[in-house]
Design a protein around this ligand. Structure first.
Ligand SMILES: [Zn+2]
Length: 87
């Protein structure tokens, strides 16, 4: 995979058992094989990368990578509706 592929930074399931938004479980494509959450509202193109791998790739601290993943108001709304349905 090319280094400049667009990536989608995702929370690992192990870190976030309940996701911020309704989504599906994918596998981190950076090689750690951790399960990650991909929100249904995320763009389809970028490959999912867990935030730990992304932090290494971006040469950044994990706290910054985490801030990139702050849920949008729309995602929070989705989560609320998703939880209200009882999954
Ligand atoms: Zn990873």
């Amino acid at each position: 995979m090319a280094e400049d592929d667009p990536i989608l930074i995702c929370h690992r399931v192990v870190d976030l058992p309940i996701p911020y938004a309704a989504g599906e479980i994918r596998i981190c494509t950076q090689g750690c094989l951790e399960r990650v959450w991909v929100s249904h509202s995320s763009p389809r193109g970028p490959r999912p990368v867990c935030r730990q791998c992304a932090a290494v790739m971006l040469g950044d601290d994990p706290d910054h990578a985490m801030r990139l993943m702050d849920p949008t108001p729309r995602q929070i709304g989705e989560l609320v509706r998703w939880l209200a349905r009882g999954k």
